[in-house]
Ligand binder design. Sequence first.
Ligand SMILES: C[S@@+](CC[C@H](N)C(=O)[O-])C[C@H]1O[C@@H](n2cnc3c(N)ncnc32)[C@H](O)[C@@H]1O
Length: 253
Amino acid sequence: MELKIPIEKIIESLPGGHKIYENPAEYDIAIHKHPFLKEMKERIFEFAKQHLNENSRIFEYGAGTGNLTEVLADLPFGYFLITEDDKKSYEFLKNKLGNNPRLTFEMRNIAKESNDKPFDIIFSSIADHHIPFDQKINALRVIFSLLKPGGYFIVGEELLDEFKDEASRIEALKSYHGAIIQKSIERGYFLTAESESMALKNGVDSFDEHKVSKNQHLKNLKEAGFNLVLAEKMGPDDGRDQGVYVIAAQRSK
Ligand SMILES: C[S@@+](CC[C@H](N)C(=O)[O-])C[C@H]1O[C@@H](n2cnc3c(N)ncnc32)[C@H](O)[C@@H]1O
């Protein structure tokens, strides 16, 4: 029997106003069961392995509870700076991965300029959609400025179909999150379904969730000076131009 998710009820019944990573321990469990993120992390790891050498400087922002960080830490070499902006997530992250001597941690907002020595490769996973629409280009410019010429910027991100107005933005959100909620319930991952429901509610309310379309994300990268090198969809397999993507871009040499 096919499940029919009561998407309107989910939106109406949730209180809203809560960040999905408000409770880092629960978020960490939920995110590890998110369909398509395993593939996303594997693809990022593969890309990274091909573009690193033993002297590489690696930067990850919006690391959260270390969902991608713990995978990157298995790369055979590199110096890693790992940043996260939310205090509770940062403390959880340090507690979880803080005794790995290869990783350096810092609490930092990506949209703020910094004078770090430039990096060879910059990563993030499902963090950019928390940056407000009017700060996205600025954040990308900061990232660009933190890369060496020829350096790579690789993200795993949830991107939407092209939307022309608020109604089509909300339709795209319902379709994407609905598919993730449904898959999570079918697999018995109720914490993931709950977390996705909150993400949907927050997206509709534009509270801490500001997802762009895939095309808009690619345009933003171009505007910030990047050249696109990879755009691969991980799922869901719904025939739409939206879902979990791995996008890699390069700063010109
Ligand atoms: C959905 S979580 C993703 C965490 C982790 N990367 C993962 O894959 O599970 C988004 C993270 O981005 C962080 N974040 C949001 N806005 C940020 C910003 N402007 N600068 C740095 N981190 C930010 C949040 O604090 C949160 O931990």
